[in-house]
Design a protein around this ligand. Structure first.
Ligand SMILES: *[C@@H]1O[C@H](CO)[C@@H](O)[C@H](O)[C@H]1NC(C)=O
Ligand SMILES: *[C@@H]1O[C@H](CO)[C@@H](O)[C@H](O)[C@H]1NC(C)=O
Ligand SMILES: *[C@@H]1O[C@H](CO)[C@@H](O)[C@H](O)[C@H]1NC(C)=O
Ligand SMILES: *[C@@H]1O[C@H](CO)[C@@H](O)[C@H](O)[C@H]1NC(C)=O
Ligand SMILES: *[C@@H]1O[C@H](CO)[C@@H](O)[C@H](O)[C@H]1NC(C)=O
Length: 428
């Protein structure tokens, strides 16, 4: 603590010292020196006194002066005092003192006086500093509209100042940037497009400086909103394709109706598609509500989607496993209505709300400087997958119809019976 607080207290303490020195005696002004830990520094004695009889070096510890060297010219031999004795070299001709293997605790005032003339004593304030190491710079967020903090951490060294720059120039005045007390954290209140760019922090002290750079990209939307955007796009495509499928099935002329196995798999495929798109929209809406305000309409939508997911999943599993059972669920008219309206209702719901969500999220997309999410790939892939599924079923239908025509020629009565039992009416 003492060392890290040193730069803070030093000026105050130094001020008091200088004032007291000035008031007690008209001393020579204080000289300043800075040196790195482990290096050596040469301190000079007064050079304006001719007849030298006695040279004395002292250092200040707290408020007391302690001896380092005393030298009487007549005695020929300087006397060195602990604890500096083995770390100093005293030069006889001019009285300079070389201080070696410097430690941070050597930061203090050194005084050389000749013939005990206090007014001519030469005082040097020595600052021993650890050179700063390369700062580590990082951010805790990069989302548009949020509080963004850039941290400048200097692992090693005595940091006296941290200087921030944007694009190599002082921080712009027109934006509100706030620095923490020791300048180690730069706060950006609400990240926006104009805050994108490179930031540098220059950590320095009197003997060294190091600078690090960070390129700040502000993202328009959070990763979960990005997921919501992609999910909505895929849900929309699936819902449109299944809507188209239902439409084609409804609009067929009575004669050319698809029936039997093809019909069953067509219905299963469409129900699954609706189920998947409802699940996707459900998840996308959850992400949206979690990030932005949960909005009553969306909560109601979630309930309807859960209902659609359950009903479509139920219908498709029943059709896959035990198609005969389905008519068992539809004995009452209200049951028929519930089961038959679920998928087309869900298609309309998904198309409406997926478009709404896409529009709402896209509107957030120009707040930052990241690349906008490209949805083309997602839309094209999901359209190709779902259309291929439909196409396969239609091709299958046409081939099986060819077979049927063959069969019909052989047994017309059986075919008539099949039409009468036509299961398709139960399923739409
Ligand atoms: C300064 O004084 C303190 C006690 O007052 C002592 O522990 C410390 O060793 C002294 N420092 C030097 C360099 O003499
Ligand atoms: C004093 O003498 C030493 C050794 O001769 C020399 O290195 C140093 O520069 C001298 N100092 C001054 C202030 O002349
Ligand atoms: C970044 O830190 C600040 C304060 O420490 C906090 O308010 C803010 O929410 C943080 N941002 C993120 C994305 O964690
Ligand atoms: C700046 O202050 C914070 C606490 O306020 C501290 O964690 C950090 O180490 C300080 N940084 C420097 C370079 O002194
Ligand atoms: C970093 O700060 C030091 C001390 O203020 C200065 O001498 C140095 O030129 C600065 N470096 C850069 C790249 O601005």
């Amino acid at each position: 603590f003492l060392f890290s607080a040193f730069p803070l207290f030093f000026p105050v303490w130094l001020g008091l010292l200088v004032v007291s020195q000035w008031t007690s005696e008209a001393a020579r002004p204080l000289e300043r020196k800075a040196a790195a830990v482990g290096s050596s520094v040469l301190l000079s004695a007064p050079d304006n006194i001719k007849d030298i009889n006695f040279i004395q070096w002292e250092y200040l510890n707290g408020t007391n002066w302690h001896f380092i060297v005393q030298y009487y010219v007549v005695s020929q031999k300087p006397t060195l005092y602990a604890p500096y004795g083995d770390r100093v070299v005293f030069y006889l001709p001019n009285g300079s003192l070389l201080l070696e293997k410097l430690q941070e605790t050597d930061s203090t005032v050194y005084k050389a006086s000749i013939n005990l003339i206090e007014s001519e004593a030469r005082r040097t304030l020595l600052k021993v500093l650890r050179p700063v190491s390369q700062p580590q710079i990082w951010r805790n967020s990069s989302l548009a509209g949020s509080l963004i903090e850039l941290f400048c951490n200097v692992p090693e060294g005595t940091v006296e100042n941290i200087d921030w720059k944007k694009e190599g120039r002082p921080l712009p005045q027109e934006r509100y940037y706030f620095l923490s007390e020791n300048h180690s954290v730069l706060h950006i209140r609400k990240g926006e497009k104009s805050d994108c760019g490179s930031y540098s922090c220059n950590a320095s002290n009197e003997i060294s400086w190091q600078e690090s750079l960070l390129y700040l990209t502000i993202f328009d939307i959070s990763p979960s909103l990005e997921h919501a955007l992609k999910m909505s796009a895929v849900a929309l495509v699936f819902a449109l394709v299944s809507g188209m499928g239902f439409f084609v099935l409804c609009c067929q002329s009575r004669k050319q109706r698809i029936n039997g196995e093809t019909w069953r798999w067509m219905i299963i495929f469409l129900q699954v598609l609706v189920c998947v798109s409802s699940v996707l929209l459900f998840a996308a809406t959850l992400f949206w509500m979690q990030e932005e305000d949960p909005f009553a309409a969306f909560i109601l939508l979630e309930f309807l989607l859960v209902y659609a997911i359950i009903v479509t999943a139920l219908i498709s599993t029943t059709l896959v496993c035990q198609p005969a059972k389905l008519s068992g669920f539809k004995t009452k008219p209200w049951q028929r209505v519930i089961l038959d309206s679920a998928a087309p209702g869900a298609v309309i719901l998904v198309v409406l709300f997926a478009s709404l969500l896409l529009q709402k999220i896209s509107r957030l997309q120009d707040r930052g400087c990241s690349q906008t999410v490209d949805l083309t790939g997602y839309a094209v892939t999901s359209a190709v997958i779902s259309l291929l599924g439909l196409l396969t079923l239609f091709i299958w239908y046409h081939r099986s119809q060819g077979d049927q025509r063959e069969n019909k020629r052989h047994s017309k009565e059986e075919a008539d019976q099949e039409v009468r039992q036509d299961p398709e009416e139960d399923m739409l």
